[in-house]
Design a protein around this ligand. Structure first.
Ligand SMILES: [Zn+2]
Length: 328
């Protein structure tokens, strides 16, 4: 495993920032065949509608790490208790990768590309799930990225360094492009060794490199296509946007990484460790959660348990996550 030995400490630390442990091994080394995890037999796609717009959640699989990472300011005993009461492991939190395909105006638009092999062995399922609904990567016309962390862009690059979605225009928030791609970002806010920050930063540049000529930068607030509007939600990264899908009276709010897991970031108000500017992120979270709760807007949480659909309820002290009923 080139320049890189997997041991328990490495795995823990890589999970802390989601640093691309397997990115290095999978892209450069002898074990370059990695990316396709075994099929599970369970559905990884979920279809519904937002007015006239066809919508399908396509799972790219899961990532995860120590719960502390996603609840940086939680008192330890309280965090453990909350996880136990939610019947969740206390030493590992699993996060889903719920990309959304929308079909509108004759175009197929993917919101988030997913992690691929950049953040562990359990990503990269989106291609199989696309195939399950009769589509291939060449059927995707556009990909909208909420922010440029590796778990949202990893699938843009194939294992051999090419474009995974050959025809797609890739919409990227301008402030993230400036911070992560045009410059060498100061990631000292991430509480991990410099080595891991370097790999995290490298995974971002590397994932976007094959699509450089297909990137269209946007400023949050812009409408990407009729029915898909971006909303300013900075803090997690400089440019992160949340998105609103809308058609007629129907809406769907995509909260991106305002919250990682509803148990720690919605039902409890704890702050995600990877937020670059925690106060700005908190203000974005409250503003957008308040809107979702007040207007009773259906919500899709990118990292929430699949398919990630539900609603925000305002409670005395904060919010509660109410998962949507499954529709057949
Ligand atoms: Zn994420």
């Amino acid at each position: 495993m080139n320049a890189f030995t997997l041991n328990r400490r490495t795995i823990m630390l890589s999970a802390v920032v989601g640093a691309p442990t397997l990115f290095v091994a999978g892209r450069g080394g002898a074990s370059a065949q990695a990316p396709h995890p075994p099929a599970s037999g369970n559905a990884g796609h979920y279809r519904f509608r937002v007015g006239d717009i066809g919508a399908t959640v396509l799972s790219d699989g899961v990532i995860g790490g120590p719960p502390r990472v996603y609840a940086s300011d939680a008192p330890e005993a309280e965090l453990q208790e909350v996880l136990r009461r939610a019947f969740l492991p206390t030493d590992h939190m699993t996060l889903n990768l719920n990309t959304l395909l929308i079909e509108t105006g004759g175009r197929r638009i993917l919101v988030e590309a997913g992690a691929g092999a950049t953040m562990g062995p359990n990503g990269g399922r989106i291609f199989r799930n696309l195939a399950a609904i009769g589509l291939g990567p060449a059927d995707i016309d556009a990909i909208v990225i909420s922010h440029t962390h590796p778990d949202h862009i990893g699938n843009l690059r194939t294992a051999s360094g090419g474009k995974a979605f050959p025809r797609a225009t890739v919409f990227v928030p301008r402030a993230d492009w400036d911070f992560f791609v045009r410059n060498d970002p100061d990631l000292s806010y991430m509480p991990v060794p410099e080595d891991f920050r370097r790999r995290f930063a490298a995974a971002i540049k590397s994932s976007l490199e094959p699509v450089t000529n297909d990137v269209e930068l946007y400023d949050a607030g812009a409408e990407i296509v009729p029915g898909l509007t971006t909303i300013v939600a900075a803090g997690h990264t400089p440019g992160m946007a949340t998105l609103l899908v809308h058609s007629g009276n129907d809406q769907l709010l995509l909260t991106a990484d305002l919250a990682y897991h509803p148990v720690v970031n919605v039902d409890n108000p704890w702050r995600p460790g990877p937020d670059r500017d925690k106060d700005t992120a908190l203000a974005s979270r409250r503003r957008i959660f308040d809107r979702a709760a007040a207007d009773r807007i259906p919500v899709l949480g990118f990292h929430f348990p699949f398919p990630g659909l539900g609603r925000m309820l305002k409670t005395d002290g904060g919010y509660a996550w109410v998962p949507a009923n499954w529709q057949f």
